[in-house]
Write a protein that binds this ligand. Structure first.
Ligand SMILES: [Zn+2]
Length: 243
């Protein structure tokens, strides 16, 4: 039992380390996605024994061996986040792959305010292939419809706010998100994303981290709302319906 838990955690740490590198390099168009890591500060190549996920960060006290420059907290944070979700999800390959794709989009949008199309396409391919595999004709139609409805709604917001409230990346992502949560739950999904986005936006303005006109990426809210919707969406619908 403990061994299995440990194995999932270690796999999560290793995949998380790869995701941390990918999400850093992809938006900066560093072609060498799989290449060796360099220190951001002194640009020296990091030796293999200083590049062991999580452990090296702890042993080096979060500093580069050569220049003592701080190593960004994003690396251990992403590794631990991935490991925790790998433990929670277990050995469900489709959900593990989907989680990784959503995590990549989450991080890239949070840090760069952009959702690269390629990751949305990969996510859609995984979801559709999974349906094909299970041959659930009715459900795939239901999900495709949900994706189209969600994307149309966000496109409307995009057009009404002249692109300031919603980027086209979010509109395209809504096809994937709608596909994942399906039809009865998709309005709840968008509602949760808008509400959490508004609450966090107001908090950021109140603590002075953002201004009224600052652009805050909406993708992370759309993505964080997916597991909330899948876990508690039906309960939320029941509660709203009973009043
Ligand atoms: Zn350095």
């Amino acid at each position: 039992m403990f061994l299995l838990f440990f194995l999932k955690f270690i796999i999560g740490i290793v995949i998380g380390s790869f995701i941390a590198a990918l999400t850093y390099r992809y938006p900066k168009k560093i072609s060498n996605i799989y290449g060796r890591s360099f220190c951001d500060n002194c640009k020296k190549q990091i030796k293999w024994f200083d590049n062991i996920p999580l452990l090296s960060f702890i042993f080096l006290g979060g500093r580069c061996r050569d220049c003592s420059g701080r190593i960004s907290l994003r690396y251990p944070a992403i590794e631990i986040l991935t490991a925790v979700f790998f433990v929670l999800i277990g050995f469900n390959i489709i959900w593990l792959i989907l989680f990784c794709i959503l995590e990549v989009i989450f991080i890239i949008d949070l840090e760069n305010q952009i959702i690269p199309d390629i990751f949305v396409f990969i996510g859609l391919a995984v979801v559709i292939l999974n349906f094909q595999f299970l041959s659930q004709g009715v459900i795939i139609f239901n999900s495709a419809l949900a994706g189209l409805v969600c994307a149309s709604f966000l496109l409307l917001v995009h057009l009404l706010t002249k692109g300031r409230g919603m980027g086209l990346g979010d509109v395209k992502f809504a096809v994937l998100g709608g596909f994942i949560v399906g039809l009865p739950l998709s309005p709840i999904w968008l509602l949760i994303a808008f509400l959490t986005g508004a609450v966090v936006g107001i908090i950021l303005i109140l603590v002075g981290k953002a201004k009224l006109k600052s652009k805050i990426a909406f993708g992370p809210f759309l993505i964080a709302a997916i597991p909330i919707t899948l876990l508690w969406g039906q309960k939320i619908i029941d509660i709203l319906g009973s009043h």
